[in-house]
Design a protein around this ligand. Structure first.
Ligand code: AMP
Ligand code: TRP
Length: 329
């Protein structure tokens, strides 16, 4: 039987956080043997908020090097940069024409981001139709992402179904794939919000590329509570988040962790969490340093990736054009 297809993407809009790692990146390499995987660096999405061009170029290669450092193997998976495959934008345009405006205006990510900027550009609103295009272009069966992308995935499914019923069966309707533990890593300072690289408080997130000392410091400073007992409960969101991080990096269940720290204080618990994170990220940090400077290798990977992706994308786009009534080129 043919392997099923996986598609996922990460925006090069800054350095990646521990949340990106646990919620998404870490799971990518595990899927490579069982699935036909495409992993994209979604620079067209990144520009929906203002980017410094020089920074964007650097961040794009950083994400590529992190993909490789996290064990994605270009011999097994297709790794590429979104803007190198113009079919994404082309299909995104077509999908915009069958997506109700109200549905885009209801997306929570759009509402959050548009509240934070003075002028809201059309690209921010249309972000989810481009994301749908990313996924549908490759007829992906599953999309590994963090829990924050659930609404976008539901919209993608709606768009696929709408297209299929209007123009006859064309797209695979994709499923979301979220990790059992760690689908939403929270801020270390305000654990009611997700950990995000766009936060202005640097202590609220750990970057994959932070130094080991910085990582330890940030975990020691993480907000806890006055209960003083290591419990996995919504009443103690700070501690719950640290248990989640510990659990997702060690495979120990939250219950096991709670038992291990019975009668022990937060100080000891936090030092152990810090070591788990430092150890967990060390291999990827080390590999990143090796790979990031090898410009030739990075270029080879993204060029070959774009070629493979473009070939597959063209097939779907041709079908779409035909069904929508365009004259074949
Ligand atoms: P982004 O940085 O927004 O492109 O996100 C890349 C991937 O990381 C997506 O699959 C997100 O769902 C995931 N992600 C981002 N932040 C978190 C978080 N705090 N916890 C878990 N997953 C996350
Ligand atoms: N919207 C995703 C995020 O912010 C990034 C993304 C763009 C994506 N296109 C995608 C994720 C396609 C999965 C599949 O995390």
């Amino acid at each position: 039987m043919d392997k099923k297809t996986i598609f996922s993407g990460i925006q090069p809009s800054g350095s990646l956080t521990l949340g990106n790692y646990i919620g998404a990146l870490r799971n990518f390499s595990e899927l490579q043997d069982e699935y036909n995987c495409l992993y994209c660096i979604v620079d067209l999405h990144a520009i929906t908020v203002a980017q410094e061009p020089k920074e964007l170029r650097k961040n794009t290669l950083d994400v590529l090097a992190l993909y490789l450092a996290a064990g994605i193997d270009p011999e097994k998976s297709t790794i590429f940069i979104q803007s190198h495959v113009p079919q994404h934008a082309e299909l995104g345009w077509c999908l915009n024409t069958i997506t109700p405006l109200g549905q885009l205006q209801r997306m929570t990510q759009f509402k959050d981001k548009s509240q934070r900027t003075k002028e809201v550009d059309a690209g921010l609103l249309n972000y989810p139709t481009l994301m749908a295009a990313d996924i549908l272009l490759y007829q992906a069966d599953s999309v590994p992402v963090g829990a924050d992308q659930k609404q976008h995935l539901e919209l993608t499914r709606d768009i696929a179904q709408r297209f299929n019923s209007r123009y006859s069966d064309t797209f695979t309707v994709p499923e979301i794939m979220t990790p059992k533990v760690g689908a939403k890593i929270m801020s270390l300072q305000e654990p009611q919000y997700k950990m995000s690289k766009s936060s202005s408080d640097k202590d609220s997130y750990i970057l994959i590329l932070d130094s080991e000392d910085e990582t330890r410091k940030k975990i020691k400073k993480a907000v806890t509570d006055s209960v003083g007992v290591v419990n996995f409960t919504d009443e103690q969101p700070g501690i719950k988040n640290l248990i989640t991080i510990y659990s997702s990096l060690t495979g120990k269940t939250p219950e096991d962790i709670v038992k291990m720290y019975e009668g022990k204080g937060y100080g000891e618990f936090k030092s152990d969490v810090a070591e788990v994170v430092v150890e967990g990220l060390r291999p990827i940090r080390t590999k990143f340093e090796e790979i990031r400077n090898d410009k030739e290798y990075l270029e080879k990977v993204y060029r070959e990736g774009a070629q493979k992706a473009s070939f597959l994308g063209t097939k779907t786009l041709r079908k779409v054009h035909k069904k929508m009534g365009f004259i074949p080129r």
